[in-house]
Write a protein that binds this ligand. Structure first.
Ligand code: FMN
Length: 185
């Protein structure tokens, strides 16, 4: 079945390692007949959640703040799969991705019980470190996030050993893992 896939790219490096993972994932997903909506979050004007609990009044723009998230919300609501694509920044996702993800709370506010829309999730992450220990905090964070949202994990690619832009080209197995994940959805 063809799926709508939302990719939230948290890397500010437009030709960086995360972008390479996204490109490989996209190639696999599109070959399998899925539709991709990709947002390069660093290029958008996205402000932090204010925690006002005042959202959810208008499905066309669920948050009280009107900014770059206006474009993301419709794609998020339509998506079957949400891809969190990010460089590891201090053992977590990047600020750009965290900022945007917090703002998705306004969609939960549209429902009566702050019920989150049901999605599958994918995590694509580039990092310098390449050990189990290095990825442990992100692994725990991603699990806690999905448990909270009630989402199902559809797959993870941890691409360690990549610091500079282009380093990932020396790890074709990581790009192939991303491509296969996209194709397998
Ligand atoms: C502010 C900052 C924090 C980082 N923190 C980590 C870290 O905690 N662990 C790690 O392995 N790599 C860390 N890195 C390295 C990046 O994850 C790595 O360069 C990654 O390949 C960047 O992906 P990109 O090319 O998509 O931007 C950090 C890089 C920056 C700029």
């Amino acid at each position: 079945m063809s799926k709508q896939i939302l990719i939230l790219n948290g890397s500010p490096r437009i030709h960086g390692n995360t972008a390479a993972l996204i490109d490989a994932f996209t190639a696999g997903a599109e070959a399998a007949g899925h539709t991709i909506a990709r947002f390069d979050l660093a290029a958008l004007d996205i402000h932090g959640c204010r925690g006002c609990l005042g959202g959810g009044r208008d499905p066309r723009h669920p948050c009280v703040q009107r900014d770059g998230m206006d474009a993301v919300y419709p794609a998020y609501m339509a998506a079957d799969v949400v891809v969190l694509a990010s460089p590891m920044y201090y053992w977590s996702i990047s600020g750009q991705l965290k900022c945007a993800f917090d703002r998705l709370f306004a969609v939960a506010e549209l429902g009566p019980d702050l019920a989150n829309p049901v999605k599958d999730a994918v995590l694509l992450m580039a990092a310098e470190g390449d050990t189990e220990e290095n990825f442990a905090p992100v692994r725990a964070y991603y699990k806690a996030l999905l448990d909270c949202l009630g989402w199902k994990d559809a797959g993870i690619v941890y691409a360690g050993g990549n610091m500079a832009v282009g380093d990932i080209q020396a790890h074709p197995e990581q790009l192939e893992a991303a491509r296969q994940l996209g194709a397998a959805l």
